[in-house]
Design a protein around this ligand. Structure first.
Ligand SMILES: Nc1ncnc2c1ncn2[C@@H]1O[C@H](COP(=O)(O)OP(=O)(O)OP(=O)(O)O)[C@@H](O)[C@H]1O
Length: 600
C-alpha cells in the first residue's frame, strides 16, 4: 500500500492543480447525473404517475414548490427542457474532463517512464549483473500499464467516494432511516467481501509473475533462436510457451470470474434487500406510493456505488504487485546510483594520465555467498602509454580485473589508483572519459555503420570515419557494402559477420581518441591476416596511448611491454613476453605449450 501512496504523491506532484480540477469535474458530472435522476420524481408527479403530495419529505417538497411556480401548461415542457439542459451541461463538462484526464494520465506515464529510465541509466553495473534485462522490459511495459490503470482506478474511487458522500447527504435528507439501513447493509457486505479482495491480491501477484515469465521467455527464445533451430528445439520451446499461455489464460479467467462473483453477490443481495424493504414498507408499515418510489430511488442510486467501490478495489488490489515491482526497481536503482544525468558527458573534463594505473590489494567477489574471489589480492601497475596484456585460463578473472579498473565493479577491499588518485564515485565519470573499451560482446545498434560510429563522436568528419575504419581494417569491406557507411547493420549488427562486427566496434573505439584503449578479446573472431594487420596498427599506437589487451591467442601479444598472468583470481606471473616464456614452470609457459599443441 505504501507503494501505491508513493505513486499517488508522484501523480499529485506531476499534475498539481489539474488533478483537483479534474476531481471537481468528475464530482459535478456525477452530481448532475444524480440530480437528473431525482428530477424524474417531480417529472413523474407532473404526469400524474406519482402524487407529489404523498411524498412528505423536505428535499422533494422544495422541488415541488418550485415546480408549482411554473405555469401548468408549460410545466412539463419546462421540466423536460431543464432535464435536457442538465444533460448538455454534463456532456460538455464530461468532454473536458475526459481530455484533461487523458492529459494527466499521459503526463504521469511520461514521468514514470523518464524517472525509471533515468534511474536505470544512472545505476552502476552491479545492478545489471543482478537484474535480468527481460525483467526491466517487463516492468517498463506490462507493469507500467497496470500501474496507470491502478492509479486511474484510485482516482475514480476517490470520486466515487465523494459522489457517494453527496448522494448520502441527499439520501439522508430524504430518509435517514432508510439511508442508515442501506449503509449498514453496505458495511456488512464490505466485511464479507474482504475475502474477495484477498483473492484479487493473490491473482494480481500471479499475473505479475506470469507476465514477467512471458517477457523473459520471449526474450530468451528469440535471442537464442539460432541455437533453438540448430538443436531442433522448436517443439520443446513451443511446449514451454504454450503452458505459460495456458497459465496466463487461467489467471485472467480467474480474475474475471472473481469480479463477476462479486457483482453477482451484490446484485442478489441487492434484490433481496430491496424486496425485503418493499415488503416491510408495504405490508408492515403500510407506506404510500411516494415513499415506495423513494426507497427505489435511494436504493438504486446508492447500492451500485457499493458494487463499483468493491470492483474497483479488487482491481486496485490486484495491481498492487505491479506498484511493488516498479518501486523495488527504482529503489534498487537509487541505491546503485553512480552518476548524475544532469551533468552531460561533454561537460566532464577527461583527466589525463601521465604515469600509471595501480591496483592495490584488490579483492572482489560477485556475491558474498561465493567462497572464491574472482580477484584475490591483485597488486599491479599498468604504465601509461605502454601495452599491457592480461592472460589466463577462462574464468581466471581477466574481465573482472578490467571491470574494476573501469570502475564497473567495486572491489570488496583494495583500491584502483590513476596517477595516485583513487577511483571514486566523484571522479569515475571523468576517469571513464579516458577509456575506450571493446568488450567480448561488442554492441552495435540497429542503425547504419555511420550512426554507430558517430555515436561516440557526433562531429566526426567523413575523413575521420574512414581513418578509424582503416585502422581496424574495416574500410575495404565497408566500401564494398551496397550503401557503404549508410548500410543498416541489423539488430546487434546481425547482418555483419562476427569479425566484421568486431572491426566496426574497434573503429568506433579508436574514433573516440582515448588515452586508454582496452580490448577484451576484441579480435578473437578475426582471421590471422586481418588480426596481424590490426596488431601492426596497435603497435603504432604504442607510446601514444595506454593499451590493455586481454587475449587468448598468445601470439597476438608478442609485442606487449608487460604480460600479467592470472590464475583463479590471483596474479601469478608478471613480466615481458619473452621473459615469461623463458620460465619453464610458469603458468604462461604452460598456456603457450597448450596453444602450440592445439595449433600443431
Ligand atoms: N556476473 C557474474 N556473476 C557471478 N559470477 C561471475 C560473473 N561474471 C564472472 N563470474 C565469475 O568470476 C570469475 C572470473 O570471471 P571473468 O569473466 O573475469 O573470467 P575471464 O578470465 O575473463 O574468463 P574468460 O576468458 O572466459 O572471459 C569466474 O569464476 C566467473 O564464473
Amino acid at each position: 500500500m505504501t507503494d501505491l501512496i508513493y505513486y499517488m504523491k508522484r501523480l499529485h506532484a506531476v499534475s498539481g492543480i489539474k488533478l483537483y480540477l479534474n476531481l471537481i469535474m468528475m464530482i459535478v458530472i456525477s452530481s448532475i447525473e444524480g440530480f437528473s435522476i431525482y428530477l424524474l420524481v417531480p417529472l413523474l408527479g407532473i404526469t400524474g404517475l406519482v402524487s407529489m403530495g404523498s411524498v412528505n419529505i423536505p428535499f422533494l417538497d422544495h422541488i415541488d414548490r418550485v415546480v408549482q411556480e411554473i405555469p401548468p401548461h408549460t410545466r412539463l415542457l419546462t421540466m423536460i427542457a431543464l432535464y435536457i439542459l442538465l444533460i448538455i451541461v454534463q456532456s460538455v463538462i464530461q468532454k473536458n474532463q475526459t481530455v484533461q484526464s487523458s492529459n494527466i494520465q499521459q503526463a504521469f506515464i511520461r514521468d514514470i517512464r523518464l524517472k525509471t529510465y533515468k534511474d536505470l541509466i544512472q545505476a552502476d553495473w552491479s545492478l545489471f549483473l543482478r537484474t535480468r534485462k527481460s525483467d526491466i522490459n517487463h516492468i517498463l511495459n506490462y507493469e507500467l500499464v497496470r500501474i496507470i490503470l491502478g492509479t486511474n482506478l484510485v482516482l475514480k474511487l476517490m470520486t466515487t467516494f465523494l459522489f457517494t458522500a453527496i448522494q448520502l447527504t441527499i439520501a439522508f435528507l430524504l430518509s435517514y432511516k432508510l439511508t442508515l439501513f442501506v449503509m449498514a447493509s453496505g458495511l456488512i457486505l464490505a466485511l464479507f467481501s474482504r475475502r474477495f479482495s484477498k483473492h484479487a491480491k493473490k491473482i494480481g501477484a500471479e499475473t505479475s509473475e506470469l507476465n514477467r515469465q512471458y517477457v523473459a521467455n520471449i526474450t530468451d527464445h528469440f535471442n537464442g533462436i539460432k541455437d533453438i533451430k540448430t538443436n531442433t528445439l522448436e517443439s520443446r520451446h513451443y511446449g514451454w510457451f504454450k503452458r505459460l499461455c495456458e497459465q496466463l489464460e487461467t489467471n485472467m479467467t480467474q480474475f474475471v470470474r472473481l469480479q463477476s462473483n462479486t457483482q453477482q453477490f451484490y446484485k442478489i443481495t441487492s434484490a433481496i434487500l430491496i424486496g425485503a424493504l418493499i415488503y416491510v414498507s408495504f405490508e408492515v408499515l403500510h407506506s404510500q406510493a411516494g415513499q415506495m418510489l423513494l426507497i427505489v430511488v435511494i436504493f438504486s442510486r446508492l447500492w451500485p456505488k457499493f458494487i463499483t467501490v468493491q470492483n474497483s478495489w479488487e482491481s486496485i488490489v490486484s495491481s498492487l504487485p505491479s506498484f511493488r515491482s516498479l518501486r523495488k526497481l527504482q529503489q534498487e536503482c537509487e541505491q546503485a546510483k553512480e552518476m548524475d544525468l544532469f551533468q552531460p558527458a561533454s561537460t566532464i573534463e577527461p583527466v589525463a594520465m601521465a604515469y600509471e594505473i595501480e591496483c592495490r590489494g584488490l579483492y572482489f567477489r560477485y556475491s558474498e555467498n561465493h567462497s572464491e574471489y574472482a580477484l584475490n589480492n591483485i597488486n599491479v601497475k599498468i604504465p601509461a602509454r605502454g601495452m599491457t596484456a592480461i592472460v589466463g585460463k577462462s574464468g581466471a578473472g581477466k574481465s573482472t580485473l578490467i571491470d574494476s579498473i573501469i570502475g564497473l565493479v567495486q572491489p570488496e577491499r583494495g583500491e584502483v589508483l590513476f596517477d595516485g588518485e583513487q577511483l571514486t564515485q566523484y571522479n569515475i565519470q571523468a576517469i571513464r572519459r579516458m577509456f575506450s573499451f571493446v568488450s567480448q560482446e561488442p554492441f552495435l545498434f540497429h542503425a547504419s555503420i555511420r550512426d554507430n560510429l558517430m555515436l561516440v563522436d557526433p562531429q566526426a568528419t567523413e575523413e575521420k570515419l574512414w581513418e578509424a575504419l582503416s585502422f581496424s581494417v574495416a574500410d575495404e569491406f565497408v566500401r564494398k557494402l551496397p550503401e557503404g557507411l549508410d548500410t543498416i547493420i541489423g539488430d546487434r549488427g546481425v547482418r555483419l559477420s562476427g569479425g566484421e562486427r568486431q572491426r566496426i566496434v574497434l573503429a568506433r573505439a579508436i574514433l573516440r581518441e582515448p588515452s586508454i584503449l582496452i580490448l577484451d578479446e576484441a579480435t578473437s573472431a578475426l582471421d590471422t591476416e586481418n588480426e596481424a594487420r590490426i596488431q601492426k596498427a596497435l603497435d603504432l599506437l604504442k607510446g601514444k596511448m595506454t593499451i590493455i589487451i586481454i587475449a587468448h591467442r598468445l601470439s597476438t601479444i608478442r609485442n606487449a611491454d608487460q604480460v600479467l598472468v592470472l590464475e583463479r583470481g590471483m596474479l601469478v606471473q608478471q613480466g615481458g613476453f619473452h621473459q615469461l616464456s623463458a620460465e619453464p614452470r610458469g603458468t604462461f609457459s604452460k598456456l603457450l605449450a597448450y596453444q602450440l599443441e592445439a595449433n600443431a
